[in-house]
Design a protein around this ligand. Structure first.
Ligand SMILES: N[C@@H](CCC(=O)N[C@@H](CS)C(=O)NCC(=O)O)C(=O)O
Length: 262
């Protein structure tokens, strides 16, 4: 791991009422080029103290040493943050992947996380494994709600890449936003109601990318008539966990450039 930028913060701890999580009494943290990692030690469900979860994420291309613009990496970090789990962040230069990283992620993709001494790829699997290993606070979205908003990302990408304003891609995105807005009006403010859950932690980073790049490349924003979607975005984007793990706007713009040009 020598080639990785490894950021670890640990803290002294105290037992919470449910005797599962240990939160820090006197947290110590490091300030690192614009973002802060505040970490805690946690008592796992198996009863032992959990070491920080090692997690490889994309590094910023505009400010090396900062988090990069991968929405799947942010999803994993959001899950760790919302569960108050300590983590050891390894920033990977995706354009120049180091040897050690290709050994733990043969496909060369981020995120990958080490859980129970095994490196796991794919944010779906990583977040499910975290949920099983650290069930408190519960973040699982009920199965019947887990596909809400699931087409927003693909319709956003199709619209972003579109060169023909009449090809129906904007209409398809507006149709997904309409369904999502109606769903949130009936069931919100989050996908699972009052409490944030796994679906929000997956959708949030994708909507963050949508907002930044559609504004930049297409001068387009989510219409004001979608009040529930706009409120949702504000609610998720302003969470402490989100602010701590979000990418720089410049990285998000740079990350999509080649796809817009293709
Ligand atoms: N399905 C994967 C997608 C991961 C993914 O596409 N990661 C991108 C960065 S956001 C990546 O590593 N791309 C490098 C590549 O494809 O070579 C997940 O949910 O983790």
């Amino acid at each position: 791991m020598a080639a990785a930028t490894s950021l670890v913060a640990r803290s002294s701890t105290a037992l919470t009422p449910n005797h599962v999580h240990l939160r820090s009494l006197v947290p110590r943290y490091r300030l690192l080029r614009g973002f802060r990692l505040l970490s805690t030690r946690v008592l796992s469900v198996t009863g032992g103290f959990s070491a920080p979860v090692e997690v490889c994420v994309k590094e910023s291309v505009t400010v090396p040493g900062n988090l990069g613009d991968c929405p799947f990496s942010q999803r994993v970090l959001l899950t760790l943050e919302e569960k108050h789990l300590p983590y050891d962040l390894k920033l990977v230069d995706i354009a120049n992947r180091p040897e050690w990283f290709l050994k733990v992620s043969p496909e060369g993709k981020v995120p990958v996380a080490k859980l129970d001494d095994k490196w796991i790829a794919d944010s779906d699997i990583i977040t499910q494994t975290i949920e099983e290993k650290f069930p408190e606070p519960p973040l699982a979205t009920p199965l019947e709600k887990s596909s809400v908003g699931s087409k927003l990302f693909s319709t956003f990408i199709a619209f972003l890449k579109s060169k023909d304003s009449n090809d129906g891609t904007e209409k398809a995105l507006l149709s997904e936003l309409t369904s999502f807005d109606e769903y949130l009006r009936e069931n919100g403010p989050f996908v699972n109601g009052e409490k944030i859950s796994a679906s929000d932690l997956s959708l949030g980073p994708k909507l963050y990318h949508l907002e930044i790049v559609l504004d930049f490349y297409k001068n387009w924003s989510v219409p004001v008539s979608f009040t529930h979607v706009r409120n949702y975005m504000e609610l998720v984007f302003s969470r402490e966990s989100f602010v701590k793990t979000r990418a720089l706007k410049e990285d998000v713009i740079a990350g999509w450039r080649s796809k817009v040009a293709a």
